[in-house]
Design a protein around this ligand. Structure first.
Ligand SMILES: Nc1nc2c(ncn2[C@@H]2O[C@H](COP(=O)(O)OP(=O)(O)OP(=O)(O)O)[C@@H](O)[C@H]2O)c(=O)[nH]1
Ligand SMILES: [Mg+2]
Length: 235
């Protein structure tokens, strides 16, 4: 396998109803991968579950942060963790079953042809199940905006289900990513694109979260627009 050391990174905040079953499913599909949870001191005990589970399985590890500091900064912390440990690839995914582990092998295969394989809802074969019209329209608008403003050559710029070659991440300075929240998703693509990284979209079926509650709010949506405008100004 061209990517023998793969890390699957899950940022979590209050995902205790999803994480145990999701971790088992990930390890079943990619038994030789490592799984890293980056937990922001979830009041529901997600981090404690992970510590306990890690005592019986060395493939699992947990980074604990003192409080909720955003999906972006959590994911970047996971990337640094992988860089320091010489993984070959890192796969990021939401911890609420919206990103089904069944697509993991397809993402790994996608890395053979590109630096970043993007689990895509908007390329041919990609789907969204269970989203109301307003969610679809919001996502569609953000994706459209980032393609126009940032000239990103991908149809799904805001999904978090991605595989990155570690070698590609080494070509950018993660410290330059200013977005701490969800807009790190566009910002990291922007830096990678400017560094000459290549992208390949892999169709996925995105499903509404299985349990627990959404952490997206209006401030995150505003943060998206602010990040897109900030980056577009430096183009
Ligand atoms: N560590 C950490 N994880 C976070 C934070 N905010 C969100 N997450 C995680 O990021 C992932 C995506 O969050 P969601 O709330 O599902 O966001 P979403 O998928 O855009 O929204 P929904 O479709 O409504 O679920 C989940 O695994 C969350 O637990 C954060 O501040 N810190
Ligand atoms: Mg979600």
């Amino acid at each position: 396998m061209p990517f023998p050391r793969i890390l699957v990174a899950l940022a979590t905040y209050n995902e205790i109803e999803n994480v145990p079953s999701l971790v088992e499913a990930i390890l079943k599909i990619l038994p030789s991968a490592g799984v890293l949870i980056i937990d922001d001191n979830s009041p529901d005990g997600t981090g404690n579950w992970c510590d306990e589970r890690a005592t019986t399985d060395s493939r699992l590890a947990c980074v604990h942060r003192p409080g909720k500091q955003g999906l972006g900064s959590a994911t970047i912390a996971g990337m640094r963790w992988a860089l320091e440990r010489d993984y070959d690839a890192i796969i990021t995914m939401d911890a609420d079953w919206s990103h089904h582990p069944q697509h993991l092998p397809e993402l790994v295969n996608g890395l053979e042809a590109a630096d970043v394989a993007i689990g895509s809802r908007y390329c041919a074969g990609g789907q969204i199940e269970g989203w109301p019209l307003h969610r679809r329209m919001m996502s569609h608008t953000i994706n459209r905006l980032s393609r126009v403003l940032l000239r990103l050559p991908v149809s799904d710029t805001s999904g978090a289900y991605r595989a990155y070659r570690i070698a590609a991440l080494r070509k950018i300075d993660l410290a330059n990513i200013q977005a701490a929240g969800y807009s790190y998703l566009e910002e990291i693509l922007w830096h990678l694109h400017r560094a000459g990284a290549t992208f390949r979209e892999v169709p996925i079926t995105f499903r509404e979260r299985r349990a627990g509650s959404s952490k997206v709010n209006l401030a995150e949506a505003g943060g998206k627009i602010a990040t897109l405008l900030r980056l577009a100004r430096t183009r």
